[in-house]
Every structure is written in C-alpha cells, then in structure tokens.
Design a binder for this molecule. Structure first.
Ligand SMILES: Cc1cc2nc3c(=O)[nH]c(=O)nc-3n(C[C@H](O)[C@H](O)[C@H](O)COP(=O)(O)OP(=O)(O)OC[C@H]3O[C@@H](n4cnc5c(N)ncnc54)[C@H](O)[C@@H]3O)c2cc1C
Length: 384
C-alpha cells in the first residue's frame, strides 16, 4: 500500500515541533533575523527537544539509526516559525552525520555530544574565492607533517563562519589536482592561524555568513574525517540529505506566508468586500498552494528513498533547485497580496523572502542541480 502519512511517533513529534514553532519561534522571528548573532537560546531548545540528535549514535546522546524523514520533517515544522532556526537540523544530517560516520573516536567524543545538545555548531567549509560550483578547483592545502597536517588557504561564503566553534574544512594534498587528493578535516576555529571575517548578506543573518582564512593551521591526525584523499566522496552522500532538507526549510517558510495570506485576504476589504472575493487574489494563492504541496512531496520522496536505501542523488538535486524557487515565488505573491504592509519591515514576509533567497545559491545553485539531474538522464556528456 502506498502511504503519504507519517507514522504515529513522527506525527506526535511533528505536532510538538509545530506547537513550539508557533509559540516560541514565530513571535521573535523578525527580531532574531535582524542581527548577525546566532540564536543559541533557541538552538539549545532544539537540543532539549531531541531534534539535534536525530540519527546520531546513542553513545553521543542521539537517537541511533539514521532517520532522514524525521530530520526533514523537523526542519519543515520549525521553519514554519523561523527558517533560520529551522536550519539547525540540516547541520545534523550534513555535518554531524558526516563526523559520526567518518570521524575518529576523539573527534566524535569531543564534538557530537555538544552538537546534539545544541551548545556547539560545526560549519562546513568547501567554497573558495576561485572555486564554488566547481569544487575540484579548490586550492586550500593540507600538508602532512609529523603528527598531523598544516592547513593553508581561504574559504568564503561559509554559513556559521563567525558563529561556529569548528568547521569541516576540505583541503587538498599539495600538488594534487581535480577531484584527487581532497581530504576533510575538523578544524577548531580558535586554533592558531585561523582568521574569520563576516560577510553581510541580504538575509539569513543569524547564520553568521563569512570567510575563513587558514595560515599554516595545525590539526592532529585524529582530526582527519574520512580516508585521506577521499574527503569529498564522504561528503557527497550527506548533500543528498541536505538538499531535500533545504527544500523543506524553504517550503515551511512559504507555507507560513500562504497561510497568513489566506487569513489576511478574508479580512482585508477593498471595493466593499474582502479581497478573497476576487479571483485575481485567490487564484494565484491557489496556484502557489499547489506548487508547495507538489514540492513538499518531492522532498519527502527523496528522503523516503534515502531511508529505504535507494538511489536518490537526482531526486535530491531536484529538491534543491525547485522547492526554494517555488517557495520564493509564493512568498513574493504573499507580499504583494498584503499590499504596502507586505513590503514593510514590520512584516515577516520580506524577511522570509530574503532568508529563503539564500538557498537559491547556498549548497549549489539551480544550474548545478540541473547538471546533476541531466547527468543522470543523459550520462557524462551532460556534465561538461
Ligand atoms: C547564503 C549562502 C550560504 C552558503 N553557505 C555555504 C557553506 O556553508 N559552505 C560552503 O562551502 N559554501 C557555502 N556557500 C557557497 C555556495 O555553495 C556557492 O556560492 C555556490 O556553490 C556557487 O558557487 P560560486 O558562488 O563560486 O558561483 P560560481 O561557481 O562562480 O557560479 C556562478 C554562476 O555560474 C553558474 N554555473 C557555473 N558552472 C555551471 C555549469 N557547469 N552549468 C550551469 N551553470 C553553471 C552557477 O550556477 C552560478 O549561477 C553559501 C552561499 C550562500 C549564498
């Protein structure tokens, strides 16, 4: 039988998170979103609720087996109230899961309990000034020295660069080229030789976007995450989680915007009747409701396939280009339907619009996702 329902346990957890998002997150969303300060209080609450341990081994305080559907569901429910706080669980599946799968006992023991509790954040640092979509062009080096590695190079556009305590840094063996020789390291961001720089963006300010410079930064051998030279291979499967999760974050924010717009349209009067009486108002909302519903099930389809152990890289890429786009478009229509109030900074709509726009680029643009999908359809010829 085909079922679109969460199981009883998931549904109960979802309701708990929906209530938390409505009561605790939504009322303070704009205040939190206006500053480049990570909302540790709210993030720790996610730890208390058990959200940040989903799929992390029990010995580190987590729930045990990977559970991408519940993790994605948590992202969606929380993002309805605050899309920036709602991004927290994305890092569980993208970063913490990577550490749990490939990190040394020392790194897991030091970092996972803190990530699960919501007292530490670990960024993921891939992008460089000359290498974004094409990660094979990254230049940061990791030189092997007695007892560890020395890392030198520059990363830019990194979420949590100014707020995280550590980062997973992708760096190559000196002299290697292309996809060869790239390893992943956990680098504490208070290590000697690390400099951080804030890059103010148009939204997602609490995520502390910025640059990281590494000058001969020493990390011990135990901080290598995964096999040497295979760091990126280890990361790729976790992007197949983060992409649908990002889609759901955007859709949660968009659904909140559409729900507010329905309520508003029933109250707001023009030409002697509620604006909901005009099909010019309701039909665009009906269209966006359709797109959001379709995009949402695409994301869950991707997470379900991941959970079932099936191939889902192409679905994940679909979730990263289309849902953020339909979410942005829905929020834009919501803004216009609210008239002047929609444009005001007193409204959460403009804030959601700016926050959701960050996901048009972060974690790979639509162009790159379509390249992945096209490659799965046409083969390597489509990857040039
Ligand atoms: C808000 C935000 C958060 C981010 N967070 C992180 C983070 O935490 N960690 C991290 O490592 N990075 C992060 N990034 C960086 C992000 O992953 C890169 O910006 C993105 O991958 C694009 O790389 P680029 O900016 O260098 O653009 P480029 O690679 O220079 O691309 C420029 C344009 O060319 C297009 N293009 C390039 N090649 C192709 C192709 N083959 N086919 C079709 N189109 C192509 C792209 O789609 C894009 O539109 C973040 C970015 C943003 C905006």
């Amino acid at each position: 039988m085909l079922s679109f329902a969460f199981d009883d346990e998931q549904e109960q957890f979802r309701k708990e998170l929906v209530a938390f998002a409505a009561k605790e997150l939504a009322p303070h969303y704009r205040r939190r979103a206006a500053v480049a300060e990570f909302p540790w209080d709210a993030h720790r609450r996610l730890g208390d609720l058990g959200v940040l341990g989903i799929g992390i081994p029990a010995e580190y305080g987590g729930t045990g087996d990977p559970d991408p559907i519940t993790l994605g569901m948590a992202v969606e429910a929380l993002s309805y109230g605050d899309v920036n706080v709602g991004a927290g669980p994305i890092y569980v599946g993208l970063v913490a899961a990577q550490i749990a799968a490939h990190g040394s006992a020392e790194v897991c023991g030091e970092w996972l309990p803190r990530i699960v509790a919501g007292t530490a954040m670990v960024a993921i640092a891939v992008t460089e000034p000359a290498a974004g979509s094409d990660v094979s062009g990254l230049l940061t080096t990791a030189r092997q020295v007695p007892g560890g590695y020395r890392i030198s190079g520059e990363k830019i556009a990194i979420s949590h660069a100014i707020t995280a305590q550590a980062a997973l840094v992708y760096a190559r063996e000196p002299g290697s080229t292309g996809h060869q020789g790239i390893s992943c390291f956990l680098v504490p961001l208070d290590a000697d030789g690390v400099e951080r720089r804030h890059m103010p963006g148009m939204g997602a300010l609490p995520l502390g976007w910025g640059g990281l410079a590494f000058t001969d930064v020493f990390v011990p051998d135990t901080h290598l995450v995964g096999e040497p030279g295979r760091g990126f291979a280890g990361a790729m499967s976790h992007f197949d989680f983060s992409r649908p999760a990002i889609g759901l974050a955007c859709l949660g924010a968009a659904q909140a915007s559409i729900d507010e717009t329905v309520e508003w349209s029933l109250q707001r009067q023009a030409f002697g009747r509620p604006i909901a009486a005009f099909q010019g108002v309701t039909f665009p909302i009906a269209e966006h409701a359709t797109f959001l519903e379709a995009a949402r099930w695409l994301c869950y389809r991707s997470l379900w396939t991941r959970d079932a152990g099936g191939a889902h890289t192409s679905y994940a890429a679909m979730c990263k280009w289309w849902p953020p786009q339909v979410a942005k478009d829905a929020i834009e229509t919501a803004m216009v339907t609210f008239g002047n109030i929609g444009y005001s900074t007193e409204s959460p709509l403009q804030q959601r619009y700016r926050d959701v726009c960050s996901y048009l680029i972060g974690d790979g643009t639509a162009g790159i996702q379509k390249r992945i999908i096209a490659t799965s359809l046409f083969g390597r010829v489509a990857a040039s």
